[in-house]
Design a protein around this ligand. Structure first.
Ligand SMILES: [Zn+2]
Length: 393
């Protein structure tokens, strides 16, 4: 009896050993280990279509033909709620995308308790990379601001402009000189401060006319404000976004450490607020042309990760069949003038683009980017704690 038991136990020990071996073999090929083998992109270009979701893409493709963004090899879907609202605003969403932390609507890269959240652009600077921000709105608007500065009230544009002065962002591109110049110099500041002069003293080169856009590539630190407030709506602004993008890329790609570049198609959102489908489609076309240009650069470069996403949907756009059921037309039906809680798409291309597939949260975008560049940010216990409390009520 004893011997038998001993034999059985010996056999069991063998089985257990083999199972352990298999377990450890499996562990050794688990995703954590795989992470070590991920291709690390030297450069990251993040493009945000403000207010863009599936309906905006569908409408533009049916109207205009296939888009560059939908040709990108990887696709994910992201949730957009903020810390305290199921329907986010651009400040909280941009904070999530830039820092991997949820905050309350209206707050720019800052927690409700005042904690400043490091942004992926600031981390890139810390790594010795160059940084650039480009938007078709003024640069102090919520989305670009959330990559560069920390402030509790997104609407305080004059204060945000002052914070830009010491942001160290290499290229500040698009529009918005009104918030940087005093009234005496043609701006809108009432405190008499000339922030452009202050920034020139720090070594920034200033461009404020269209024909000088190409000069961007000649300077390490540039402010390019082609319009005093916002760029003109597309197609009035012609190819300014592409020219700003290409000139910036020419310079950014000279840094051997690499770069981070955020580009926002800001006015897709404004067209949605305005329930203006024609304007929305024009803005989508321009945003996608910029994506085309960026993808061309990334293909040639081979070391650039391109991520295209959105902060939220605007307008509650749906595309129901036309009035006559058998016609091939659809209507544009905006259900609101505000943002919606709808999930938004993400498209990616380049080294480790496959990390951005599946269904995830907007905070995961920055978490993945930080992690690729060697900084781990813990997932919070609960994403949007205040939100979950409000659901319980
Ligand atoms: Zn909006």
């Amino acid at each position: 009896m004893r011997t038998k038991i001993s034999k059985e136990s010996s056999l069991n020990t063998h089985i257990v050993s083999i199972l352990f071996l298999i377990f450890f073999l499996l562990l050794s090929i688990s995703p954590e280990k795989k992470n070590n083998q991920l291709a690390i992109p030297k450069n990251v270009i993040l493009l945000i279509g403000d207010g863009m979701s599936y309906s905006q893409i569908t409408a533009t493709e049916y109207f205009h033909g296939s888009l560059n963004m939908t040709s990108m090899p990887y696709h994910g879907t992201i949730s957009t709620h903020s810390l305290n609202r199921r329907v986010t605003d651009s400040a909280a969403a941009a904070t999530a995308i830039a820092t991997s932390h949820k905050t309350r609507n209206g707050m720019v890269a800052i927690l409700p308790d005042g904690t400043h959240l490091q942004t992926i652009a600031q981390y890139a600077l810390e790594m010795g990379k160059s940084t650039a921000l480009l938007a078709s709105s003024h640069i102090t608007h919520a989305t670009p601001a959330a990559f560069a500065v920390h402030h509790k009230k997104r609407g305080e544009y004059f204060n945000i402009a002052e914070l830009f002065v010491n942001s160290d962002i290499n290229m500040i591109l698009g529009a918005g000189s009104d918030y940087f110049l005093p009234e005496s110099d043609g701006g809108k500041r009432k405190d008499g401060k000339n922030l452009i002069t202050e920034m020139k003293e720090q070594g920034y080169f200033y461009i404020n006319i269209d024909k000088n856009i190409e000069q961007i590539s000649e300077h390490e630190k540039v402010i390019a404000f082609i319009e005093p407030m916002n760029l003109k709506p597309y197609p009035e602004r012609a190819d300014q976004m592409i020219r700003l993008t290409n000139s910036a890329l020419l310079r950014l790609s000279q840094n051997p450490e690499g770069f981070f570049f955020m580009i926002e198609g800001s006015q897709i959102d404004w067209a949605g607020h305005d329930r203006n489908a024609d304007w929305m489609i024009q803005e989508m076309i321009d945003f996608d042309n910029v994506i085309g240009s960026v993808l061309e650069f990334a293909e040639k470069d081979g070391n650039t990760l391109v991520v295209v996403t959105s902060d939220h949907e605007t307008g509650g756009l749906t595309l129901p069949a036309g009035r006559f059921g058998n016609s091939d037309e659809f209507r544009y039906k905006f259900s609101t003038r505000r943002h919606t809680a709808q999930q938004v798409p993400l498209f990616s291309y380049g080294p480790s683009a496959e990390l951005f597939t599946g269904s995830f949260d907007n905070t995961d975008i920055a978490r993945k980017l930080f992690s690729l560049w060697g900084k781990q940010i813990e997932e919070p216990d609960s994403i949007g704690m205040e939100l979950h409390q409000s659901i319980k009520k």
